[in-house]
Design a protein. Sequence first.
Length: 380
Amino acid sequence: MELEKLRQEIDSIDNKLIELFAKRMEVSGNIALAKQEIGKKIFDPARERQKLSDIAQLSGEDMRDYTTALYSLIFDLSKNHQRKLMGGENQIGRKIEKAVENTPKLFPDYAAVACQGVEGAYSQIACQKLFAVPNIMFFKNFDAVFTAIEKGFCQYGVLPIENSTAGSVNQVYDLMMRHNFSIVRSVRIKIDHSLVAAPGVKLEDIKEIVSHEQAINQCSEFLKGLEGVTVTEMENTAESAKYVAESGRRDVAALCSPECAQLYSLDTIESSVQNDGGNFTRFICISKELEIYPGADKTSIMAVTAHKPGALYKLLSRFYAHNINLTKLESRPLPDKSFEFMFYFDLEKSVYSPDLVNLMGELDELCDSFEYLGSYSEVV
């Protein structure tokens, strides 16, 4: 067979498929209007199951899996088309429009901001990159930062969410499922870890190194080269530096930022000991109320999909259908539910795009539950 003739045949088939698909969508719309007249719901699960069963039998064994996947997608598209015709309410879309309208045009320079740790923490550095003159309140752990926002102690909170070499900060992702908040901005900062100790202490004197879990992971190669040294996790890199300064010990060192070494009058034994020179951490800035500032081109959502084959695929395919780029997909186990997960998505699309608003209106049908976490821009 000649390739050109086969391509012409495919083109002819595609033309017919497009015509039939458009006709099918038109009829499905008429079905929705007919259901509306008699007070019936759009989704009829028994009818859909029967249709899929009939299609599977008609397609034959070789094509059964393909046709089932195809028609599952067609049914979802039909239901979305029907909802639009019936004027289905897009609550998230209206929430976004209201936030865009009511949020000030400029991100604030001055604000009360919650950060985890103590003076010199990387969260503080991120905070100072976001705000010109922040009034920073330090809290012992990430949970307390979320609580400070929920209770109105601070207007904003700054939290690390992922590192370019050590990966996601799982504790923050887990806390996201327990707290109410909105993401209003994100920022990336260069992470440069130094090994610091009391003045005059040398590397061979060190018997213990203290730091945060993420910093320890980011400096794993350096730590492997040290013999007879205990590594101890602490709440924060700045807390580690503070501990070294206040302990009076000359056999302990901390992994922290160069700024911490200066702040707590410590000597730098080794600088830039992280595994990767291009080591960046991404921080999110959260608030109690939804705020969407001009230029917002990132959106974050959390979703729980049905615990059955193809459920996540249907959601991902909808991002593609709306030409929305997925930049992050993170899964975290749901508390008290074995082998079920909350999925966290970062989407790249302007908040002013109708595609994004339409997607938000479809998530109720695609997910068992979902949370819209906000639309924002990122400071680099």
